[in-house]
Write a protein that binds this ligand. Sequence first.
Ligand code: CDP
Ligand code: MG
Length: 722
Amino acid sequence: MSQFWKPGTERPQGRVVDDEEGGVLFLSGSHHSSSSSRYGYASIDKQRQRLPVFKYRTAILYLVETRATTIIVGETGSGKTTQIPQYLKEAGWAAGGRLIACTQPRRLAVQAVASRVAEEMGVKLGEEVGYTIRFEDVTKPDVTVLKFLTDGVLLREMMDDPLLTKYRNCELDVKVPGRAFEHELEKLRHVIMLDEAHERSISTDILLGLLKKIQRRRPELRLIISSATIEAKSMSDFFRMRKKRREPENEEHGLQVEPVILSVEGRGFNVQINYSEEPVQDYVQAAVSTVLLIHEREPAGDVLVFLTGQDDIDASVQLLNDEVQTTGKHSSGLIVLPLYSGLSRAEQELVFSQAPRGKRKVIISTNIAETSLTLEGIVYVVDSGFSKQRFYNPISDIENLVVAPISRASARQRAGRAGRVRPGKCYRLYTEEYFLNHMSNEGIPEIQRSSMVSCVIQLKALGIDNILGFDWPASPSTEAMIRALEILYSLRVLDDDAKLTSPTGFQVAEIPLDPMVSKMIIASSQLGCSEEIITIAAVLSVQSIWISGRGIQKESDEAKLRFAAAEGDHVTFLNVYKGFHQSGKSSQWCHKNYVNYHAMRKVLEVREQLKRIAKRIGLVLKSCESDMQVVRKAVTAGFFANACHLEEYSHNGMYKTLRGSQEVYIHPSSVLFRVNPKWVIYNSLVSTDRQYMRNVITIDPSCLLEAAPHFYQLQQSNHLLR
Ligand code: CDP
Ligand code: MG
C-alpha cells in the first residue's frame, strides 16, 4: 500500500489531561482496556469488571454522592454509558420509586445501549431497563428504573414537568416534619446523566442550560455529564459559574456545588495513521478500494469505514458486495454491513454480532460509530474525512444537512476506534497537509448552526421568556434568534409580546414535530382534513417510504408513477397510504410497489401517536375525503415560508424562494420533478451540487397571502399577483 499511502506522524490516541486546577480534580488512569476478552467466554460480570471505568466505580459513586455535578471523561468504549447507570442502581439511586435517566443525542444509540444494558442485567428490555425515543416508548411505569432516552425527549418531558420531579416517580408530602421529611427528601435525590456531551447537540446544550437552572431550585438533583473528550473542561467552567451565586442551603445538605472532572481514560493501543498521497476525488470509490486493499494485504481484524449518510453508505455496500460476487477469490471472506439510523432491530444486531471465524466484518457507518457506539473487534478504520452536518443560514432562513469536512478532533476520535483491541491502522482519505493545515481544530456546537425555531418554542413553553439572556453553554447567533422569533410570530405561535399564543402556540409546543408541521396539523383541524394531514405528517417524519437503490431506479420510478398525484408528493403519500391500507397492510403489496414496508409500519405507529396527541390538545379529527384543495391549504398554513416560484425564463427548472430569492430545484425523487409547476412549497431542502427541494406540493399563490399576509409584505404581494 506504500505507493498510495503515506504514514502520518501523529498518534491519535494520546490525549492530554490538564493538570489539577482550582477546584477541578483530575484523576487519570493509564492502563489498557483489555476488552479483547469479549472474544473469549468471560462471564458478563468479568467483562464488566474489565472495563476501564470499573476501577473508578467507588470514586464515581462518591462524587455523585457529594457533588451536584460530576463530569466524567473517558475514551469511547471505556464503559461510561453502559456501566455508570448500573453502578448508580447498584448503589441505591433507583430505590424508592426513583428513576435513573441517561440521555444520548442519537436514537440508534439509545436503543443499542438500552438493549445492551438489559442483556448485561439479564432482564427483558422494556422492564427494569427501558428506553424512550420520539414516537417510541419502551418503558413500563413503576417497573423501569434505568431509562435511556434521547436528549430531545428529555427536553420534551421537561415541558410537562419543568423541575423533572418525575424522575423520583412518587408524590411528595413535604408538609410532614421530622424524620418523615428526611425520608421525603431522600426520595427527591435522583440522577440524570447527560451522555455524549462532547457532541454538543442542540438539545444537550439546551438541557445543560436548563439543568443548571433547575439545580439552583433542586440542589438534590445530581447531574453526571459524560464526554469522550476533554471538551469537558469548558463544561466544568460553565457549571462552575454558579459559585458566584452559591446558595447556602446547598452546603447544608453536605453537597458541594463545585463541579468535578473525573478522567477515566486509559490509553488505547497505538494506531498507525496513513494518509492519502493525493487528494481523493470520489471518497465512496476510494473507501471501497481501500477496504479491498486492507482485506487483501492485512491480517485478520474488522474494518470500520466512516462515510456520511444512507446514500453513500448503501452505494459502497453495494459496490463491495458486487466485488465479492464478481472477483470472488479475494473478497469472499468479507461481510459488509451498513450502520445508520433507521436500521431495523435485526440489522442493528448483525452489526454488533461477532463475525464467524475466518470472516472479516466491514461496517460502513455514519458518524454514529465515532463515539456513540462501541464496536468490538475493529482493527482498521477508513476515514472519509466527511460527515453530514446541519447548517443554517439566518439570512436566507435555509437549514440543511450538508456533507462537510470533519474537524481534527473528530478525525482523532475516528482513528482511535482502530486501537481498542490491539494495535490498529487508520487510513485517512485525505492528505496529511490537508489534515494539518486545512481541517478546523474543533467542530462548531450544533446550536450555532441550526435554526432556533424549535428551540425558542420549547423554551417559551418552559416559561423562559428572556431567551436572549438564557445561560447557554454556547450562545446561538442573534440573527438566528431574531429570525426564529419572526417566523414564530408569522406562524401565529407567538404574539406581539413574544409570548405563546393561546391556543395555537401552546398546541404547537405540545406536538413533538417541527413547528411548521405542527402548525399544518392545527390548521387541518380547522379546515376539516386532519386525518389526511396527520398521515402526511407521519410520512414526513420517516426518512423515505420508497425503496430505492442502484439498479432498481427505473422500476421504483415506475412504481411511484402509479401513485403520483398532480398536486405533488404530499397527495402521492396519501395515495400510497390508502393503497397500503386497502391491501390489509401487506408486506407483499409493499414489495410489489417498491414501498418500504418497515417505513410504512413506522408511519402507522407515528400516525396513531399523533392522533392521540391531537385529541389531547383538542383538535378535531376529520377527513376531507377527496377534497385536496383543503389539504393544500393546510400545508400552506404551515409551510408558507417555503414557497417558491418557477423562474419565468428558466429552461432548467430553476425556482427562486419567495423569501430570500435563493435558487432551488425540485429533487429528482419528487413526483413533480420535470413537471415544474409555477408555484410550489417544499418541505425540506437537501444540498448537493445544488439546493434541491424534497417533498413538494403545488400551491395557489393567493393562499399564501391568506395564510400569512404579514409575512409576504406588499412588494412581494405585487410579485405574487404578477
Ligand atoms: O460509553 P462508552 O463509550 O464509554 O462505553 P460503553 O458504550 O459503555 O461500552 C462498554 C462496553 O460495552 C464496550 O466493550 C462495548 O463493546 C460493549 N457494548 C456492546 O457490546 N454492545 C453495545 N450495544 C454497547 C456496548
Ligand atoms: Mg457511550
